[in-house]
Design a protein around this ligand. Structure first.
Ligand code: UDP
Length: 492
């Protein structure tokens, strides 16, 4: 099954260049494009991945595609799918094993199914792709499709792997061993961090940092009125006054003590605009460290107890503190079959809490039916946050940390490779050494909450980091170099 993804995005490079802090980056991209784009004339670049929404890849691809097109590079984005539900269980296991998580080993049936689906998808794509085109495959799910296309058409192919682990273990070896026959036939591979590159791809790999689009609905500035409007429209807050735009049909949903989900404004109001807020926004994936984060937050709350008279400023801040755990409506993310299960585990934990604790935790599912509305909800929630946490046990990169940094919100990250290349301990926030230790999480949160001046400084430093390293313009410049390099490779 293949799906050509349409992208609605009318923001042009000239629009970015009107922002003084983006002008230089746009200029540098245009200069690079002037010297490189003509080498790509007559070719189409095919970006192929496995979901149009949910997760970092789907987040980044639309803007990269739109900018490449504006620069004159013919580019298409195709999402692969399959009716074989077991296929995405296999690829999820590969994903987890690359992150050193889960039991090593695949059997012949796993490989047979992976190859069968790869062949089917490749057969659908084959009529569109020409030998002079360049195929860019994102992550392990469509890797076999790319290998099959390479075998049948012979076009240039790049594998863009967004995940990795900075150690070699039995588990990681088993995943890399599974992928080797497909990855080895690619002309080039791109990783986010050098430590992620498996030994057999060392000679033909390079690094491109993930990046964000500063004017996307996820990241653009929101005026106070716009922010309030979004919170009201999304059901995240009770509207005490009329707001300009009507309520959105698909509302954010908050878990209630009885296990049902209703819009937060219809149940416990979260108090987003009033209270100190700790937030994590991610997919419902065990590797995102949801459970220990919840436990760490509760430990901090229990140190102080519910709000009462005669508390010190520090105690009061913690007493009125709220935790937002927000993720996509799990039915919406096609390539993440464990999402529902992980969400249910969290719901079960929530239901065991005392009422005053339940009130302080907002477990939210965000509808994905409208990408724009979902992005605006995430944007607004991140901007209302005192601290954004990305408590990943493993993380390929962690765009959510980048997004918070761009908004000058300090980040509590973890020592997993993807996060620590962005967030430096004591510079953009703090780093938890053991994301599965609630005590350490509680101590870090306490420290971050108690120091408003440090938080401001971490926020500013975060925005600078993103400006220097993680904006989409740098990412597209790197892509142009890679595409031209492979286009210019001598024929076999
Ligand atoms: N995201 C979103 N809505 C959600 C949950 C996550 O838009 O309900 C986005 C989030 O803002 C970020 C991306 O999904 O842009 C997650 O990327 P990240 O690199 O953090 O992790 P991945 O999901 O790729 O492992």
């Amino acid at each position: 099954m293949i799906n050509f993804v349409e992208i609605e995005d009318h923001v042009q490079l000239a629009d970015y260049a009107t922002f003084i802090q983006l002008f230089d980056a746009v200029h540098a991209l245009r200069s690079t494009a002037q010297t490189l784009v003509h080498h790509l004339q007559g070719r189409t670049v095919w970006m192929i991945n496995s979901t149009a929404q949910g997760g970092g890849v789907a987040e980044m691809l639309p803007k990269v595609v739109v900018i490449l097109r504006e620069l004159g590079v013919r580019t298409e984005w195709v999402v692969m799918g399959t009716e074989e539900v077991e296929f995405f269980s296999i690829t999820k296991r590969i994903h987890n094993l690359i992150h050193n998580f889960g039991d090593a080993g695949f059997n012949a049936d796993d490989r047979a199914l992976y190859e069968k689906v790869s062949r089917e998808v490749a057969s659908e794509l084959i009529e569109y792709i020409h030998p002079e085109d360049i195929v860019v495959i994102h992550d392990p799910q469509p890797l076999g499709v790319g290998a099959e296309l390479k075998r049948r058409i012979g076009m240039r192919a790049i594998w863009r792997c967004h995940i990795g682990f900075d150690e070699t273990t039995l588990a990681t070896e088993s995943a890399w061993g599974f992928l080797k026959p497909y990855a080895s036939v690619f002309d080039h591979a791109v990783f986010s961090v050098p430590d992620y590159i498996p030994s057999y791809l060392k000679d033909k790999s390079s690094i491109i940092y993930p990046a964000l689009d500063p004017l996307s609905h996820k990241n653009r500035e929101l005026s106070a009125h716009k922010l309030v409007g979004i919170l009201c429209n999304a059901g995240l807050m009770i509207d005490h006054h009329p707001v300009l735009t009507p309520h959105w049909e698909n509302q954010a949903m908050r878990l209630q003590p009885d296990g049902t989900f209703v819009p937060p404004k219809a149940g416990y109001d979260v108090g987003l605009l009033y209270r100190p807020i700790i937030t994590q926004v991610s997919r419902w994936d065990r590797l995102k460290g949801w459970k220990p984060l919840l436990e760490g937050f509760l430990r901090l709350k229990r140190w102080v107890g519910p709000s009462r008279d005669n508390q010190t400023r520090r105690e009061r801040r913690i007493a009125i503190l709220r935790l937002i755990l927000a993720g996509p409506d799990p039915a919406a993310v096609q390539d993440d079959p464990q999402g529902q299960e992980v969400l249910e585990e969290l719901c079960a934990l929530y239901r065991q809490l005392a009422p005053w604790e339940q009130e302080s935790v907002a477990l939210l599912t965000l509808p994905m039916i409208s990408r724009k509305e979902n992005a605006l909800m995430v944007n607004a929630i991140q901007r209302c946050s005192t601290v954004v946490v990305q408590n990943s046990i493993r993380e390929g990169f962690g765009l959510t940390a980048t997004e918070a940094m761009w908004k000058r919100v300090p980040v509590l990250g973890t020592s997993t490779c993807g996060i620590r290349i962005q967030v430096r301990h004591g510079m953009e926030g703090l780093i938890t050494q053991d994301p599965e230790d609630p005590e350490e999480i509680a101590e870090h949160l306490d420290y971050m909450l108690s120091d408003p001046l440090a938080r401001d400084m971490w926020g500013r430093s975060g925005q600078r980091q993103v400006h220097h390293h993680f904006l989409v313009f740098t990412q597209v410049r790197e892509w142009l170099h890679r595409l031209v390099d492979v286009a210019g490779m001598p024929p076999y």
